[in-house]
Design a protein around this ligand. Sequence first.
Ligand code: NDP
Length: 327
Amino acid sequence: MFNALVVEKNDEGKTSAAVQEISLDRLPEGDVTVAVEYSTVNYKDGLCIGPGGGLVRNYPHVPGIDFAGTVEASDDARYKPGDKVVLTGWRVGEAYWGGYAQKARVKADWLVPLRSGLDTRQAMAVGTAGFTAMLAVMALEDHGIKDGPVLVTGAAGGVGSVATAILANLGHEVAAVTGRPETADYLASLGATQIVPREDINETTKRPLEAETWGGCVDAVGGEMLARVLGQMKYGASVSAVGLAGGAGLPATVIPFLLRGVNLLGIDSVMQPYDNRVRAWERIAKDLPMDKLEAMIQPATLTDLPDLGRGILKGQVKGRVVVDVNS
Ligand code: NDP
């Protein structure tokens, strides 16, 4: 038997989430059984735990789009009991049972061996949000980061916090956009040299082009924020578009692309091929200072999850929530 946060749907279509004790034989099919140690709270998890079930594809469901732990049993030659592994993506926690449980069974192809010098807790402090932040920075590097500050939007959130710390550690000047002025000290401790109030971006002239200001951008917000940022990029600079915390619409014009050669780079962490995932985890171990990662952590247990799920959807979570599934 093991504990898991189970989301159920009743006959009226109403969903509820509660910690339950469930038996091993209820785990789905898969090649590798993992004793989960840590998971995290991402925006998608908030949707899956919340009313209506969000992205959940089948019930009863165990959410948790990422986890790290130790292999307990394996039918795949790449993994043996005792190996430390990490999982992000592949619709785990949406279409397949995820990390909000003390056990998980998944396809071997979805796992990455944790060889990068991180332990399982650190790996989940990074989690999907941090992994995605690294992919976003790598995409900016591939296209060339221009002189000038690199903008990070939604900076106090999970993706934003990790992106800020990585970019600062790489020597870039980081301008952190936040709607929460009380997080200014926290963002400065991660390495941001400039704190930009959210309204300074959102409430600009709304002209298609404004002063060329940013040498690159990691955008976790989308919507109006992304539209405004496009018109403020330096000539030939790139924006890694990661998220939609501020809306899925994009009220922009083509002018920044035509007259400033701006690149809009879509970042998808879910279907990243194995080699890219290994490369990103290696870069995380190398370029993300562990003391800054510690400063981002908010510890949690399985029973805290329903509240935290509501909080992340309201943009109230700071940094990274690390869920110890065994406490
Ligand atoms: P968080 O909730 O931790 O962070 C989002 C941040 O965005 C908030 O902390 C807040 O930052 C800001 N924000 C929230 N609402 C608004 C708003 N209405 N207008 C402007 N800013 C807002 O989420 P994550 O960092 O985990 O994820 C961010 C986004 O990235 C989500 O949309 C998520 O789904 C997406 N994502 C995408 C991935 C991919 O593969 N492409 C992978 C992981 C996440 P502040 O208070 O500092 O302003």
